[in-house]
Write a protein that binds this ligand. Sequence first.
Ligand code: ARG
Length: 562
Amino acid sequence: MEFEKIVVKILKNVIVDLSEKEINDLIEIPSNPEMGDFAFPCFKLAKIFRKAPNMIASEVGEKIGPSEYFSNIKIIGAYINFYVNKKKYVESVLTNQKLDEKLDIGKGKTIVLDYSSPNIAKPFHIGHLRTTIIGNALYNIHDHLGYKCVGINHLGDWGTQFGKLIVAYKLWGSKEEIEKNGINELTKIYVKFHEEAENKPELDDEARAWFTKMENGDKEALDLWQWFKDISLKEFNRIYKMLDINFDSFAGESFYNDKMDAIIKELENKGLIEISEGAKIVDLEEDKMPPCLITKKDGSTLYATRDITAAIYRKKTYDFEKCIYVTALDQNLHFAQWFKVIDKMGYEWHDKLIHVPYGLVSMESGKLSTRKGKVIYLEELLNESIEKTKKIIEDKNPDLDDKENVAKTVGIGAILFNDLYNNRIKDVVFSWDKVLNFEGETGPYVQYTYARASSVLRKANYSNSDEKVDYELLTDDLAFNVVKTLQRFQGVVADAAEKLEPSFVSRYVVDLAQAFNRFYHNCPIITDDKDLRDARLSLVSEVRVIIKKALKLLGIKAPEQM
Ligand code: ARG
């Protein structure tokens, strides 16, 4: 049985007024080992028992008899502190099948995740990296907890901008150039459109007319649009492949074309639509927000119209427990507005729509070589990282086999880890020195630790089925600290899901790597003492499993050597 549950049972026997759940919620894990391994604070009991907390602690504490699972149970002030029997604790952790297994917290429930969702015909830049990998990590984390996950790439593939692109193409586009240079060429003519339209406003009218044609199903318009989309997807898929990221659905904005009319009618029937200068809006003044625009005066639909329609469609299709949207912080208002519209429509599930915003990425000035300066193209960044990593590896380990692949795994992993290391809401300053530091709190550091653990096990010819371990041999401070860190893993993943914060997992895996490295440097593993060696190897093996699992949740691979 898990130790925390034992603590609950012991306390429940002597505090009958609280439920097991209430007791469990009060239990703390002291950060100072001198205060024991679990602590039960009695402050909250003061109201129930009408006594001072430390009085309660000593009265309750006196009733607790000795237990084989604890070497000591001590009253310190208002706390009851539990000191585990280390040998039993180590054994319970290292023989626990559930240490890294999928959980069933989310069984029978579905989570929809809307992430990445780039706009077609625009370059995939470093901002999109964040939504892509935060979304992917949240997907993996929920999957680990037993939820059924549906990952949707809500492509930005509809809107007036495609009317502009069609006009630009007809005026200045070249089929060959676009086939050759893809999104770059599309961006070029799109930028030209904006420059020219400054002096020729009739271009904007033409663009609007083309978008209306698209919305009315005009074949020429749709063929061109489809071509732009194919070209864009080819490039996006190349990046998803590099990152090893998949989606369950690519139903983008255009998917909702034939579904919006019904929703606009529904809004009208529910008395929510007002006409303002020819446009249809939902007034949100009483909610202290600007109105949500549903159609423009020419009848064309908007980003929010498609999001409202998509949410209703998703609820019907997937009956989600939560529908999560991962985007940059600057879309806060957009989501707040249309979530409110869903609420006003009378859908009680409006509170299951969750916006997960994240901060910006900026570059440490002058350090990143890009062609255009402003926009950082993701593919270039990843390739640059792989190249730099290769140089480092060649230097550190010239005899390594398969340097190419290791450089890919580590180079890409480094960028992802850097992005997932801080609270998502914080801005990230990108600096190569930090990202590729093999000794810092980085991807390469964790991957290196993993490779080190793998190499020790290889050298020792370790196989999991090895003989019985004397767990007493893992009760020294350094080994015990590793065991305690291993034990935290599942709880960390559950917290990461609750707070929608992948950084909990990345911080955890750094903690684990650090605890392991302290142990590794001070406790020789392949020693002549066979019992000691077996015990230490079994710990190394478990660390290896959990590092790999944690990295996997973050979307990062673990190299066997580097
Ligand atoms: N395409 C949008 C952008 O690049 C992000 C879409 C996010 N998802 C959504 N359902 N609105 O900014």
